[in-house]
Design a protein around this ligand. Sequence first.
Ligand SMILES: C[S@@+](CC[C@H](N)C(=O)[O-])C[C@H]1O[C@@H](n2cnc3c(N)ncnc32)[C@H](O)[C@@H]1O
Ligand code: SF4
Length: 366
Amino acid sequence: MYRLSKPLFGVYIHWPYCLSKCPYCDFFSQVNRSMDENEILKCYQRDILFFARLKKSYPPITSLFFGGGTPSLMSAETVAKVLMTLQDWFAFDEKPEMTIEANPDAINREKMQAFRAAGINRLSMGIQALNEADLRFLGRRHTVETALIRLEEAKQIFPKVNADFIYARPHQTPAAWKKELMQILSLNLTHYSLYQLTIEENTPFYRKQVEVPDEETARTFYLMTNKIMRQADCPPYEISNYAQEGYQCVHNLTYWYGYDYLGIGPAAQGRIGLTATENPRSVAAWIKQAPVCVSLTKQEKTEEKILTGLRLMQEGFPASLLSSKGIDTAIRYGWGFLKDGLFYPTEEGTLVLNRLILTVLPDEKE
Ligand SMILES: C[S@@+](CC[C@H](N)C(=O)[O-])C[C@H]1O[C@@H](n2cnc3c(N)ncnc32)[C@H](O)[C@@H]1O
Ligand code: SF4
């Protein structure tokens, strides 16, 4: 498991545009470019300056994540300029992890090389499926072939590469997914994000009432996926994230361990101690305003830490921060166990994470 030798401190930068909108996706992104890239860069820089002035000192930046949307549509010059502005105001760790998300149809070898030259050292590619029919169903613009070519190029250019997949699709059987997962593993990546399809409100899939597998089938899918990934030495370190030893995503760990991070760009959120920052979920509104600060109470902060911390299945969570009555109940249900003062969720607990969290959440008095 990833062992922490220092505090983590991350920076998230949100790019709000995509070439088209996938019918399952509720991430904040739009197709029409309402704003020129230079304008966006200026506002990224404004957000960076806002954070630089918010607090006297910060730990060195250990990770940076360009997410979206489809940030591979950004020019490498913009990425380089964002990095330079951050370097003007913040210290960087010796070897920060710097990720950019990409779609196979919104990047090519030259663009990858340009991102690499700008300092990006991890590429996260959204593939979603390895068969044409499901790619079309998911509204993806690329073919399996393009995805595979782009991944091979990415592996040659970046030290770390992740691929996202969506499974438990309508009509997909566990046997079909097992076959696809074997193909996925033959891609020989060091990190995979494997998400079960969720139907989000305000998406075309929701309006079309697309059906996902029932709870029991979802459970079969999940347990099978974990087993296969463990056998391939790429175990889950979070509910939907799998990595070879040493390749866990530092940026995501920053969120899940409850460390501070800056949120730059529209819809981005940040956390600096007991201050939460929020940016509007609209490019036009974000252009006009710097991040807004909201104070969290200690109780709210602890609740957040529990919510995120319990996602890391292999990391124990300090039992002293949880309800002892709740822990007893969770253990009785087979949802977790205690070891050396830490509470570990079991796979069964992870399957009902929301119920588990409600069970172990302490009352304010506790
Ligand atoms: C921020 S999205 C961006 C990635 C990139 N734009 C792309 O589509 O390739 C990150 C990932 O979330 C996952 N995702 C988004 N909506 C989902 C949903 N409704 N159910 C399951 N996974 C979802 C997809 O795997 C996607 O690649
Ligand atoms: S899945 Fe990716 S490409 Fe599709 S709409 Fe969401 S962010 Fe855009």
